[in-house]
Design a binder for this molecule. Structure first.
Ligand code: ATP
Length: 317
């Protein structure tokens, strides 16, 4: 079966619950402080592995306790970590995550070793890519490395999936025509649409316009409203999958869970409506639990949830 190869960030998440995020000059008392493995790359790799795909991680950590924590967590999730390089003179990436009641979060990242990931790391880590594999990318590592990884992946017959997060500031990545699948949340979709000069009307129109301009399958997640998807062909229907009914306590890594599960399903040969339904179910389960990587459900749980509450992906012309 095709594999998922993730080239991306690895962080130690330092998470605190707060009654409300502090305003400028204000200090608030938080609670429930915990440190756990995260980073969009690491979370999406864990989600792809939990989603049933053979998954490798290409990334970088410092030679510190956080780096060991991240590697251990990836290995526990079933991710192969031989292509995670240790950079001796820099810290492992850190994400400070403040979670408000109801699950909304605010995040600040110190990139550390993630900023040292190189094109050579991508070449070495993607040496085993085969036709049909998925190469999954995000924007928490240098854009030239992302672009290089995408070119390598496509030259070997793999499908590239770019989660354009955090929201890009320019079109060096994603450049139109450079990725097969783009996954964005609503603010990221608006940001990319703004860069492309696309009027941002309804989410359905936005996802269609993005797909055509970028020449890619575009998936836009919309929190409790589920997700929309559109291919680049004119006249193709817009797909919509609802969110899984869930009492959200912490949405950290909901998007990562969605993206990793989507990649695993596509690697496994699922059709798009089925892959979207599985991804939305997995993400819905993740928001019922605290934490980032630790909140990503196992495939067995997702299968049980889908059997109990099947989600239907619908097509709108
Ligand atoms: P985050 O940054 O919090 O990880 P995101 O902003 O990248 O998430 P969202 O669009 O908020 O992405 O959520 C991704 C997916 O997670 C949604 O498409 C949906 O399937 C699921 N999801 C998010 N919030 C909820 C919720 N409250 N209830 C059920 N499912 C949810």
């Amino acid at each position: 079966m095709p594999s998922v190869h993730v080239v991306g960030s690895l962080n130690a998440d330092q998470v605190m619950e707060v009654p409300a995020c502090p305003r400028a000059g204000e200090t608030v008392l938080g609670s429930g402080m915990r440190i756990s493995a995260g980073g969009k790359g690491g979370n999406q790799a864990a989600a792809a592995a939990r989603g049933g795909a053979r998954t490798t991680m290409v990334g970088a950590t410092g030679a510190d306790a956080h780096g060991r924590l991240v590697r251990r967590a990836l290995a526990e999730a079933g991710v192969e970590t031989a292509s995670v390089r240790t950079v001796p003179d820099v810290h492992t990436g850190v994400a400070m995550v403040l979670v408000e009641p109801g699950g909304d979060n605010r995040i600040v990242i110190a990139s550390g070793a993630n900023s040292r990931l190189t094109e050579e790391d991508a070449e070495a880590g993607l040496a085993a890519v085969e036709p049909g594999d998925i190469v999954l990318l995000q924007l928490e590592v240098p854009a030239p490395v992302v672009n290089h990884a995408a070119r390598l992946a496509r030259s070997r017959g793999a499908t590239t999936v770019l989660n354009a997060a955090p929201a890009p500031a320019d079109l060096s990545c994603p450049a139109p025509g450079s990725h097969d699948v783009l996954v964005v949340n609503d603010p990221e979709a608006r940001a990319v649409a703004g860069l492309l000069g696309i009027p941002t009307d309804s989410p359905e129109e936005r996802v269609v316009a993005l797909a055509q301009e970028l020449d890619a399958l575009v998936v836009c997640t919309m929190g409790e409203q589920g997700a929309y998807a559109a291919g680049s062909g004119r006249g193709e229907p817009v797909l919509h999958v609802p969110a899984f009914p869930a009492d959200a306590v912490d949405t950290t890594a909901a998007g990562d869970t969605f993206t990793g599960y989507l990649a695993a399903a596509l690697a496994g040969g699922a059709d798009l409506p089925d892959a979207l339904a599985g991804a939305s179910t997995a993400a819905g389960l993740s928001v019922t639990r605290s934490g980032g990587m630790t909140s990503i459900p196992a495939l067995r749980e997702v299968c049980e949830a889908r059997a109990a509450h099947p989600l239907t992906t619908t097509a709108e012309v």
